[in-house]
Design a protein. Structure first.
Length: 288
């Protein structure tokens, strides 16, 4: 699925058509804010009943695909876990965040690859209407709607760390996924205010002691999440757990500010959405 700008689609098609089916994103598979509903696109376009949703950074070998398909035979949805290779310094931060999620049990990372069978999802969509699936926390939504979601705790998929510039630009968008998980978002929101209050009320020395204590707890949680995954995560990755928490805490605030700015912009331009939809539809018609 390619959501690139129109001037890049043809170039991508020339390269990718030799190794894969290159499919541009249809306007009906985009939400109002421009995000792509990959799940709906897969349900509409795929010819197989078993679908694996992965980004261009994931690397699935034949053994991983076979293991996923084997588990899909007895489950509606299969969630995998990801590990990063090679490990850059920002890749270590992402790896530490994965370990923190693993330490709390079956808390699926929205950026990990997952798989599902189309038949149950098509029945649900037909029953609920033709609304777009939310890709922020899809597995949580699947479980709430009665699907059998299997968290495969020992099934790992390799993921290549993105380029540093792209990683930096994606921080607010990744944090937007955290906002879908209310409990995690509340914890991340509390990090910065608590740190400021500690400095104001207890002084810098007491705040430093609390910071060291919280960092030690974060590292301990990462060590706990490394259980059963030691072959994919070097021990030194656990030391990046405090940075992973700070990264997400700052990014969550950036994501909230961006949402507020976008909402204010849409309210100030009430006619912008019809124009955007009309422009997208016109381009779609011309290309066909």
């Amino acid at each position: 699925m390619d959501g690139s700008s129109w001037d890049l689609l043809e170039e991508h098609e020339r390269v990718l058509r030799w190794v894969a089916r290159h499919q541009r994103v249809e306007p009906r598979h985009r939400s109002i804010d421009g995000r792509i509903s990959v799940i709906d696109a897969a349900l509409d376009l795929a010819t197989s009943d078993s679908i694996i949703i992965a980004s261009e950074e994931h690397r699935l070998d034949a053994a991983a695909v076979d293991a996923i398909c084997h588990q899909l035979a007895s489950h509606d949805v299969v969630a995998t876990h990801q590990f990063f290779a090679p490990l850059s310094w920002w890749g270590r931060i992402e790896a530490a965040r994965t370990l923190l999620l693993r330490s709390f049990g079956p808390a699926h990372d929205p950026s990990s690859a997952f798989a599902f069978r189309c038949a149950p999802l098509r029945q649900l969509r037909q029953y609920a209407g033709n609304g777009l699936w939310d890709d922020g926390e899809p597995l949580r939504d699947f479980a709430l709607q009665g699907l059998d979601v299997h968290d495969s705790h020992d099934l790992f998929v390799e993921r290549r760390p993105s380029a540093m510039r792209r990683w930096w630009m994606e921080r607010p968008r990744r944090a937007s996924d955290e906002l879908e998980a209310t409990s995690r978002a509340m914890l991340l929101f509390a990090v910065l205010p608590v740190a400021v209050l500690l400095v104001l009320l207890a002084g810098s020395s007491a705040a430093a002691v609390c910071g060291v204590l919280m960092s030690a707890i974060a590292v301990a949680l990462a060590v706990r999440g490394r259980a059963g995954a030691a072959s994919h995560f070097p021990a030194a990755v656990c030391l990046f757990a405090p940075l992973a928490i700070v990264d997400r805490a700052v990014s969550v605030y950036c994501a909230v500010i961006r949402k507020l700015v976008n909402a204010a912009w849409i309210r100030s331009e009430p006619a912008i959405l019809p124009r955007l939809i009309q422009r997208s539809t016109r381009k779609h018609s011309v290309s066909r």
